[in-house]
Design a binder for this molecule. Structure first.
Ligand SMILES: Nc1ncnc2c1ncn2[C@@H]1O[C@H](COP(=O)(O)OP(=O)(O)OP(=O)(O)O)[C@@H](O)[C@H]1O
Ligand SMILES: [Mg+2]
Length: 224
């Protein structure tokens, strides 16, 4: 594959669960500096495709590269280049918001003081300061979602996968601290604003790209 300027490239990506083909030959190209969205009905295979690109599921057919690195053969390198927020929150119920973010920071190699400072910054960015010391078990669905998004931004990876990032957020909150603006202002490198509604063709049955506009170059990426 020619990789210059590409953040993600997938050709003929396929996933089978037993006899059921969940992803049937996706071709996908996301350029560095783009935000790229995919719309599709329930069950179209969006999460499954994202999980393959993020090395969480084996690829059964076709191939994919992230910043020119083969997803199937070099998953450890891919994991240093990406952040991911799944469709369902992955925070620890018994810990506070600060403790959760601190723990994710430590797991990703930050020193304790840096992890604490990063937690404070992200809690402010996602309007969770007042809830910083409350256990997640007491959080509303939208608050959990915001914390989950914050956790994906701890190490500022050059590429972030977000699966339904605004699900559970009310429109005002989504507009104020949701995906685009929060992810945007957290990026270290300057990017252009997202553009809406790409009409680029895709071979993804039942799904289509919805907007494009911001993965930055991995240069300057702080690997942890
Ligand atoms: N682990 C699994 N085992 C078997 N089938 C699965 C598995 N994961 C997903 N599927 C099936 O694959 C198809 C695609 O699921 P996927 O979760 O990727 O859809 P989606 O596009 O993300 O849908 P939604 O909009 O509801 O989140 C569905 O039919 C689902 O039932
Ligand atoms: Mg899904």
């Amino acid at each position: 594959m020619a990789t210059a300027g590409k953040a993600v490239e997938a050709i003929g990506l396929r996933k089978d669960f037993g006899k059921f083909r969940a992803v049937d030959g996706i071709d996908l190209e996301v350029r560095q500096g783009e935000i790229f969205g995919v719309l599709g009905p329930n069950g179209a295979g969006k999460t499954t495709a994202l999980r393959m690109l993020a090395t969480l599921l084996p690829i059964d057919g076709g191939r994919a590269e992230v910043f020119g690195v083969d997803v199937a053969t070099e998953p450890h390198r891919i994991r240093q280049l990406i952040g991911i927020t799944g469709q369902y929150a992955s925070v620890d119920e018994d810990m506070t918001a600060t403790e959760n973010l601190w723990m994710f920071g430590r797991l990703q190699g930050l020193r304790s003081a840096d992890a604490r400072a990063t937690a404070r910054r992200l809690l402010a960015q996602f309007s969770l300061e007042e809830a910083a010391d409350r256990p997640i078990a007491q959080f509303s669905g939208g608050m959990r979602r915001r914390l989950d998004l914050a956790a994906s931004l701890i190490t500022r990876p050059p590429l972030i996968f977000l699966d339904e990032p605004t699900t559970g957020l009310d429109p005002r909150t989504a507009a104020r601290c949701g995906t685009r603006s929060a992810a945007w202002s957290t990026r270290a490198a300057p990017c252009s604003s997202p553009r809406s509604t790409s009409t680029r063709p895709t071979s993804w049955p039942g799904a289509s790209p919805c907007w494009t506009g911001g993965a930055r170059s991995p240069r300057g990426h702080r690997s942890s």
